[in-house]
Write a protein that binds this ligand. Structure first.
Ligand code: GAR
Length: 211
């Protein structure tokens, strides 16, 4: 089976990107990361990509004029790559709907909560864990899902829960959830590249047994 072409979008430290790079290098994900795009020039993720010789570039969020031009910029960066899969690995910008339409069924996102809780506009990074603790829920976790035209509403591929304990802070909860994110994003990319994910309306069917 030929390797699928993957684009990874990032905004921050890029620990999820690193998990993907390691899994590609280990042959777990049968794909190749062709490009990394950041919306922040200072994202450490850009450095991680460069260290691996992966083309990396920034479309600066601050220099962005409007949604339409952001969409066009993204499309032109991807024109030569023609990715089979786009992974939002801690990408904190909202994708323009035209872009999502163009790559329908090919974009996946990792989110650090159990969707549909603590997600949507305004819930990203540390804010998610703060929301969880302030609300007092007893479990949280991570979700990988397909991206649709709204924020964090697309069909769910994988989820895993963790216990929220009384002494948890947003920082400790993030530390508990991050390794789960790494596991789920790698597994979802692996399943996608092995063509084991099948979309059936809102549901994602997974062929075979998940190991
Ligand atoms: C991760 O926790 C990811 O789930 C979150 O940003 C962090 C990025 O970490 N993404 C969102 O909140 C998206 N709504 P990383 O840069 O180390 O991968």
């Amino acid at each position: 089976m030929p390797k699928l072409k993957i684009a990874v979008f990032v905004s921050g430290s890029g620990s999820n990107l690193q998990a993907l790079i390691d899994a590609v290098n280990a042959g777990i994900i049968k794909g190749q990361i062709e490009i990394v795009i950041s919306d922040r020039p200072d994202a450490y993720a850009l450095q991680r990509a460069e260290e691996q010789g992966i083309p990396a570039l920034c479309i600066d969020k601050k220099a962005r004029r409007d949604e339409a031009s952001f969409g066009l910029q993204l499309m032109s960066c991807l024109a030569s790559v023609k990715p089979d899969l786009i992974i939002l690995a801690g990408f904190l910008s909202i994708l323009p709907s035209k872009f999502v339409e163009e790559y329908q069924g090919k974009i996946i996102n990792i989110h650090p909560s159990l969707i549909p809780a603590f997600c949507g506009k305004g819930y990203y990074g540390e804010k998610v864990h703060r929301g969880v603790i302030e609300y007092g829920v007893k479990i949280s976790g991570a979700t990988v899902h397909f991206v649709d035209e709204n924020t964090d509403t697309g069909p769910i591929i994988l989820q895993q829960a963790v216990e929220v304990t009384a002494d948890d802070t947003p920082e400790t909860l993030a530390k508990k959830i991050l390794p789960i994110e790494h596991k789920l994003i790698v597994k979802a990319a692996e399943l996608f590249c092995d063509k084991r994910l099948q979309l059936d309306g809102r549901k994602v069917k997974i062929r075979g047994v998940i190991k």
